[in-house]
Design a protein. Sequence first.
Length: 158
Amino acid sequence: MNTSNSRPKRRTANNGALSFEFISTDSAAYARERELRAKVLREPLGMPPGAEIFPFEDEALHLVARVGDDVVGCVMFKPEGKTGRMLQMAVAQGHQKNGIGTELVKTLEERLRHDGFHDVYAHARDYAVPFYEHLGYSIDGKPFTEIGIRHFLMRKAL
Ligand SMILES: CC(C)(COP(=O)(O)OP(=O)(O)OC[C@H]1O[C@@H](n2cnc3c(N)ncnc32)[C@H](O)[C@@H]1OP(=O)(O)O)[C@@H](O)C(=O)NCCC(=O)NCCS
């Protein structure tokens, strides 16, 4: 998808310049995004490198948070008509709880509103539900199990 739109932002706790950027799957940053997703979202579950790959990587939006060349946060969006799924939300361990996840979601939502999407949904791991509620997402329906973890479907109108 079109990767235009990036906005320089704040700074990290150790004063590194933090920027948020939509990237394409043929960029060098995409390899780093995949490494981050594998490390934060798959390795703790005992899943091998490669388990983070989805069949729709090229059609999805990829937003990363960077400090220089390092990718310290990321989120993906898979369009489905005027709605779509937000997924692979991850912030590197040493950078969590600094507002990077919040900024990633807000930056993605801004882009989606601009592109005419009506709403967004996510499969939230149970322990991450407060993070999404904080951003205005609501639980829809009963919990379900995905990759061995209890999840909730969460939605937000844009
Ligand atoms: C969940 C995650 C993406 C949040 O990113 P982050 O940059 O750490 O979050 P923020 O600093 O923007 O936090 C925003 C708010 O959500 C809360 N929050 C963040 N992570 C949370 C968690 N795991 N559980 C409960 N609350 C959480 C924060 O306390 C904060 O609230 P506050 O401002 O009132 O203190 C990040 O912690 C992460 O990558 N976790 C591991 C992977 C994961 O679980 N991904 C989500 C899969 S659905």
